[in-house]
Design a protein around this ligand. Structure first.
Ligand code: GLP
Length: 246
């Protein structure tokens, strides 16, 4: 480590050293970072200082932690374009990765007040609720909690949603045209349940989205709340100064 005379705090110096290791390719995406103890010994600093440097780089997204395994260099983030309406399967495939799904639960529920408002229904009307863990190259990436309502939506209970894309099923099997969606993004920290499913320590940075998807008749068809691993996902928007507001 640089001299003790350096005016920069030591955790900061360590951060820059580690950042440089990633930029230079010395440490590659997916590589395990030395532990706090190892860093402490190697650079003659306390474990606390090493921890601070690691934590900040985790928060910045350069590293990520896996419960019981250690800290790793983040892989290139998956980018979701916020212009074209695409589904998870399309987003992941477009990056040359293999999408996969674990259905956590699916059943019919009566619309709550909030869901009824979002899907423009009456309270108590039946809704198909689907909870899925979404993976890319076998790594958990997001949890998606979808709510769908259309005539005959209970038939979705018989679909194989582990191997098939929901958007594809809707379009090809039910003839439902997905035309547009509105989506909100919010930063947050994972709760215990989500952290466990995503294989992250509780309280890890996450991106929360709420998406309402509409069919050609401008009717909401799906309302989904999702949580994405913060260190693996980027949302991208392209903005035009002179764009007309629709
Ligand atoms: C996105 C949306 C969800 C939607 C899903 C469909 O990730 N946030 O609202 O249900 O895509 O993905 P797929 O077609 O792969 O099932």
């Amino acid at each position: 480590m640089q001299s003790r005379k350096s005016p920069l705090p030591r955790y900061y110096q360590l951060k820059e050293i580690m950042r440089e290791k990633v930029t230079s390719g010395d440490w590659k995406p997916g590589d395990l970072i030395p532990s706090e103890r190892e860093l402490g010994e190697q650079y003659g600093i306390s474990r606390m200082t090493a921890r601070q440097a690691l934590t900040e780089l985790v928060n910045e997204g350069l590293f990520y932690r896996e419960q019981g395994k250690g800290t790793f260099v983040s892989r290139n983030k998956i980018t979701q374009q916020l212009i074209r309406l695409t589904g998870f399967t399309e987003d992941i495939s477009a990056r040359g990765q293999a999408p996969a799904t674990r259905v956590l639960s699916m059943h019919m529920i009566p619309a709550t007040e909030d869901l009824a408002e979002r899907l423009r229904l009456h309270v108590g009307q039946p809704i198909f609720r689907l909870q899925r863990l979404r993976l890319a190259d076998n790594e958990p990436l997001a949890i998606e909690r979808s709510h769908l309502s259309f005539i005959g939506c209970e038939r979705l209970l018989d679909e194989d949603l582990e191997t098939q894309s929901l958007y594809r099923i809707l379009e090809s099997r039910y003839g439902i045209q997905l035309i547009q969606a509105e989506q909100e993004l919010e930063a947050g920290l994972t709760n215990e349940e989500d952290a466990k499913l995503l294989n992250l320590p509780m309280g890890s940075p996450a991106l929360y989205t709420r998406r309402t998807t509409y069919t050609n008749r401008d009717l909401p068809i799906e309302y989904a709340r999702s949580v994405y691993c913060g260190h693996k996902y980027t949302f991208y928007t392209h903005m035009l100064r002179n764009q007309l507001v629709p």
